[in-house]
Design a protein around this ligand. Structure first.
Ligand code: HEC
Length: 151
C-alpha cells in the first residue's frame, strides 16, 4: 500500500513542472528552432542567398547598445534590403516576428547572442523588446545602423 502511495506521489511530483509550464522562462533554443530555423537553419548556419548566418557574425553588434537595439528591432520589425554577412550578399525580406511574446523574442535573442555568438554581455530582457516595438526605424535606417557598427 505504502509503496503504491509513494509511487503515485512521485508520479504527481513529476507532473508538477508541466502544470507550472506557463511560468517557466522561455527556452530560446526552442523558440529559435520552432520559428527562426526554417530560414536561418539549425544552429544559425544560414542558407546561401536566402537567410544570413547568425552564428559568429553578430559579435561587433552585441558589444554595443545600438547593436543590441538593432537586433531587437530586426526581430520585432523584420528586415529587408541588401546586407552582407560573412562575405555573402543577402537581399530578401525577413518578416516581422512581432506576434511572438516579449519573453520569447528576448529568449531567442539570448540564444543567438550567447549560444551562437559567444556573447557574455548583458542578457536581452523583456524591456529590450518593448523598446524595440516602440522604435520606428525604417529597414533602410536599420541597415545603415548595422553597417556603421560592423565597420
Ligand atoms: C522567413 C524567413 C525568416 C525567418 C522566419 C526569420 N528570419 Fe531573420 N532574417 C531573414 C532574412 C532574409 C534576413 C536578411 C534580410 C535582408 O537581407 O535585409 C534576416 C536577418 C536577420 C538578422 C540580422 C542579421 C544581420 O547580420 O544583421 C537577425 C539578427 C535575424 N534575422 C534573427 C532572426 C530570429 C531570431 C528569428 C526568429 C525569431 C528570425 N530571424 C526569423 C529571414 C528570416
Amino acid at each position: 500500500m505504502r509503496a503504491k502511495f509513494v509511487a503515485a506521489l512521485a508520479g504527481w511530483l513529476i507532473t508538477l513542472p508541466v502544470v507550472g509550464a506557463e511560468a517557466k522562462p522561455a527556452d530560446g533554443q526552442a523558440v529559435f528552432d520552432g520559428t527562426c530555423a526554417v530560414c536561418h537553419q539549425a544552429g544559425g548556419k544560414g542558407m546561401a542567398g536566402l537567410a544570413p548566418p547568425l552564428a559568429g557574425t553578430l559579435g561587433p553588434l552585441l558589444t554595443r547598445k545600438e547593436g543590441r537595439s538593432y537586433i531587437a528591432q530586426v526581430l520585432v520589425h523584420g528586415l529587408s534590403g541588401r546586407i552582407v554577412a560573412q562575405g555573402q550578399t543577402f537581399n530578401l525580406a525577413m518578416p516581422p516576428q512581432a506576434a511572438l511574446s516579449d519573453a520569447d523574442l528576448a529568449a531567442a535573442a539570448n540564444y543567438v547572442a550567447r549560444e551562437l555568438n559567444g556573447s557574455t554581455g548583458p542578457a536581452f530582457v523583456d524591456a529590450d523588446i518593448v523598446a524595440a516595438r516602440a522604435a520606428k526605424l525604417s529597414h533602410k535606417e536599420l541597415r545603415a545602423l548595422r553597417e556603421g557598427l560592423l565597420q
